[in-house]
Every structure is written in structure tokens, then in C-alpha cells.
Design a protein around this ligand. Structure first.
Ligand code: 5GP
Ligand code: MN
Length: 349
């Protein structure tokens, strides 16, 4: 029996909204991860089984690591099919937004969702959700949106009807957002959810290998290069920084997703409390941040890079050069020293 339960009123309102809808659009944040794709695809499968017209409209395409899930699925990336994506949104009578807390995270898709007269539902686990939806499920204590989605489906009484095809993307999001149950993994409920998903005849080993491990040789070499040649450690601030510019990325034929997981690597060093990765993308400098010991990297991302996220896993964007982005961080690093944990001992530091 799961310890935490959801608000009955919201569940009932969601049931009514689904019953009243014919055309349902599901959407998630730009540069989607396993949780974003997993939660939308899992819900899509459940709603399709109820006979609804369902479309998953994403701001952009999924990375290679998630193709094992998206293969054969009718995802509509706005970046690839703008007119079709905009028409689906215009024709929707229900839009369900998954795994983000602010319409800005929909990138170029945001104005179309905002302008739509459809009923809107938000299902998410980031703090401080923007109040744009008619029904909001916001559970920042939960490991993943897929965990929340599983609970919502269970509360709707749909667990028995959950197919393998619906369970598989949900398990993927649970696995990727917890990095295979190594972070955000202390709530006992998630192991019960894991068990109930595995009861749907899923191969967890395959999901872990596809979503978290497998990469191209170029990606492996780029990450090795980044650690060996681009990692800077700021001992006084117990911080690590990796900056990759366009030339670095081009050298290793960078493809979307190739540096997934890189920002976590410096945290393997005892004493490093937070790690920041800056990448020169065509449209902006993408910033990713991770930490340990409750150091609030979301604050750095919010204050300096117009972003946010979770306490220990967050991100943002910077509009300017990579050198300027790095300089902004270095100029301000000192003001976050007060959040560093007390040093345990000289040896451990
Ligand atoms: P990642 O570093 O994997 O891109 O993102 C880590 C976390 O930070 C995710 O929970 C993601 O939702 C959040 N995040 C990443 N980029 C942004 C951003 O530009 N704005 C906001 N608000 N959150 C972000
Ligand atoms: Mn998530």
C-alpha cells in the first residue's frame, strides 16, 4: 500500500476532464529527458486505450538514448513539424503538460499552448509551479513525474488496465530521474511502484542499458576529453566547472544527448559539492548543474541563468558568449559559499 495519496478532488476533476475530451494533446519540456518522454508516452498509451484521440507534441526531438521508447510512436516535435503541431494544439480540447513547471519550458511551443482555449492540466514534480493550468498536480517531493503519473493512474483505478506499453515508458522515467535508484531514491514508495511496474513484464536491465548507458564512441570520447581537458576545480568553493565550446563539440561530431550524464562526473570526487556544465548550443549557452549534500544549485541557475529545477539537479540558459557565461559564474561563486556544508574533516574535506 503506497504511503502517500493524492487529493481525491483533483483526481475526480481529472477524470471528468478526460471524459469530456475527444482530442487530447500531451506535452513536455524542451530537450526532453526520460521522465518527460516517459510520462507523456505512458499517459498517451492509457488514454489511447480509452478511445481518445491522443497526440504527443514536444517542443523538439528526443535524444538518441530514448529512441528505444519513441521508435514507432507518433510523436510530433514542433521543431520538425511546426504547422502540424500548432494545428493539434489548436484542435485540442484538453492539454496535459508533463514534467515542467513554467510555460517558458515549452520554448517556441509556449505561445500556442498559452493561447489555446483547451482545458489544461499540469502533472509535474518541480517546485513553484506557475498557475496556468485548470488542474495542477505538483509534487516536488516525488522522484519523477513518472512516479506521480503512476500514482495518478493508480488513483484513477487504471492499474489493472495498464499495458506493458504504458508501463515501460513510466519505468524509464523513474529509472532516469533517479539515475537507476541512486538519487532521489530514499522514499520507500518508489520501490513498491518499481515492483508494480515490473509486474507488467518489463525488462529493467534493457531500460537501464538503453536510457542510461549506451552511447556512441564519439560521445564517450567527448566526455573523456571534457573531463581530461576542460574540467576546472575551484577548491575554495568546492565547485567543478566544465565548459565545452562549439569547436570542442564539432571535434567529436556532437549530437544531442552526447554529453548526458557528464555534469555528474565531477561529483565522484570526494570534496566536490557542486558541478556545473556549460555547453555552447546554437541558440544559447545551456547550463546544467548538479550537487550533493543539499547544496542549492537551483538557486545559482535561477539567479544567474534564468532557470531553475530541483535543489540538487537544475539548469538554465545564458544568452551571450561561453566566456561571458563562465565569467558570470566565477564572479558570483563566492556568494554561494554560505550554502556549502560544513567541512567534516581536513582529510575528507
Ligand atoms: P538538465 O541539467 O538535465 O538539463 O536539467 C536538470 C533539471 O533542471 C531538470 O529537472 C530540468 O527540468 C531543470 N532545468 C534544466 N534546464 C532548465 C531551464 O532552462 N529552466 C528551468 N526552469 N529548469 C531547467
Ligand atoms: Mn523529471
Amino acid at each position: 500500500m503506497l504511503r502517500k495519496t493524492l487529493n481525491d478532488h483533483d483526481i475526480k476533476a481529472l477524470r471528468e476532464a478526460i471524459d469530456a475530451a475527444r482530442n487530447i494533446v500531451l506535452t513536455c519540456h524542451v530537450r526532453p529527458d526520460g521522465d518527460a518522454i516517459g510520462s507523456t508516452l505512458g499517459l498517451a498509451k492509457m488514454l489511447e486505450a480509452e478511445g481518445k484521440n491522443v497526440a504527443v507534441v514536444t517542443p523538439d526531438t528526443a535524444p538518441r538514448s530514448l529512441w528505444f521508447l519513441t521508435k514507432g510512436e507518433k510523436l510530433v516535435p514542433h521543431s520538425q513539424y511546426p504547422e502540424y503541431a500548432e494545428r493539434l494544439i489548436a484542435e485540442a480540447d484538453l492539454i496535459i503538460c508533463c514534467d515542467f513547471n513554467d510555460l517558458k519550458r515549452l520554448d517556441a511551443l509556449a505561445p500556442f499552448v498559452e493561447a489555446s482555449g483547451a482545458k489544461k492540466v499540469l502533472i509535474d514534480h518541480h517546485r513553484e509551479p506557475q498557475a496556468f493550468a485548470d488542474i495542477t498536480f505538483s509534487e516536488p517531493e516525488m522522484s519523477s513525474t513518472c512516479e506521480l503519473m503512476f500514482r495518478i493512474l493508480a488513483a484513477l483505478g487504471l492499474y489493472d488496465k495498464m499495458s506493458r506499453d504504458a508501463a515501460r515508458p513510466l519505468l524509464t522515467g523513474l529509472v532516469t530521474d533517479t539515475r537507476n535508484f541512486s538519487v532521489n531514491c530514499s522514499q520507500p514508495d518508489i520501490y513498491e511502484i518499481l515492483q508494480r511496474l515490473l509486474d507488467k513484464d518489463l525488462n529493467k536491465q534493457e531500460i537501464v542499458r538503453e536510457a542510461l548507458e549506451l552511447r556512441s564512441l564519439n560521445s564517450l570520447k567527448l566526455q573523456a576529453f571534457a573531463i581530461s581537458e576542460r574540467l576546472e576545480v575551484f577548491e575554495a568553493h568546492r565547485a567543478a566547472l566544465i565548459c565545452l565550446d562549439k569547436a570542442d563539440l564539432d571535434r567529436f561530431h556532437y549530437e544531442k544527448g552526447d554529453t548526458e550524464g557528464l555534469v555528474n562526473k565531477p561529483l565522484e570526487v570526494r570534496g566536490i559539492v557542486y558541478s556545473i556544465y556549460m555547453r555552447e548550443d546554437p541558440d544559447c549557452i545551456k547550463v546544467s548543474a548538479r550537487s550533493v549534500e543539499n547544496f542549492p544549485v537551483n538557486k545559482i541557475c535561477k539567479d544567474l541563468f534564468g532557470g531553475g529545477g530541483h535543489l540538487m539537479a537544475s539548469g538554465g540558459e545564458f544568452h551571450g558568449t561561453l566566456a561571458e557565461c563562465r565569467a558570470v559564474l566565477l564572479e558570483n561563486m563566492g556568494s554561494y559559499d554560505k550554502y556549502l556544508p560544513v567541512r567534516k574533516s581536513k582529510k575528507e574535506n
